[in-house]
Design a protein around this ligand. Structure first.
Ligand code: ZN
Length: 155
């Protein structure tokens, strides 16, 4: 799951809050070490976790409940910031993302370039190779249809 690679106290808490809210929507815990599904309460604090039966890791990823998932889905996220300006002038996302409309993993490439007023997004179904979502427009005219999830600030 994106956004919470770091297992600092702060990040865990953020994750924990999310999870409490989303717990009814079908989230599950998987081992961050080997990706095996774990039958463990997501509410369990890290100190009380049992080591993964396969690889003995105590790190966990949160994953949407989907049947055939076995691996960990990776994505590259980059943000560029100008000095003294809070919001990034460029944001790049490239990799796998969970597409809630279809309830499946997809390949997503996104570029937001505030300096050049560009918004580009392409979502591909990895099974068929078909483009299922495509946007290439001026950022200033982009009305925004990203999920709230993507607005997470993982600084
Ligand atoms: Zn494991």
């Amino acid at each position: 799951m994106m956004g919470c690679r770091k297992y600092s106290k702060k990040n865990y808490n953020c994750l924990f809050d999310n999870l409490t809210v989303n717990n009814n929507t079908g989230l599950k815990l998987i081992c961050a070490g080997c990706g095996v599904n774990l039958d463990e309460s997501p509410q369990l604090p890290p100190d009380e976790r049992k080591p993964c039966p396969v690889c003995e890791s105590k790190n966990r990823h949160i994953s949407p409940m989907i049947n055939e998932t076995s691996g960990i889905h990776e994505a590259l996220k980059l943000k560029g910031k100008h000095k003294n300006i809070k919001s990034p002038f460029i944001e790049i996302f490239s990799g796998e993302d969970f597409f809630y409309k279809l309830w499946k993993w997809v390949t997503k490439h996104r570029l937001i370039d505030r300096d050049q007023d560009k918004y580009y997004e392409e979502v591909t179904d990895p099974e068929t190779g078909k483009i299922i979502h495509y946007t290439n427009e001026k950022l200033s005219t982009h009305t925004g249809h990203g999920s709230a999830k993507e607005k997470n600030n993982d600084d």
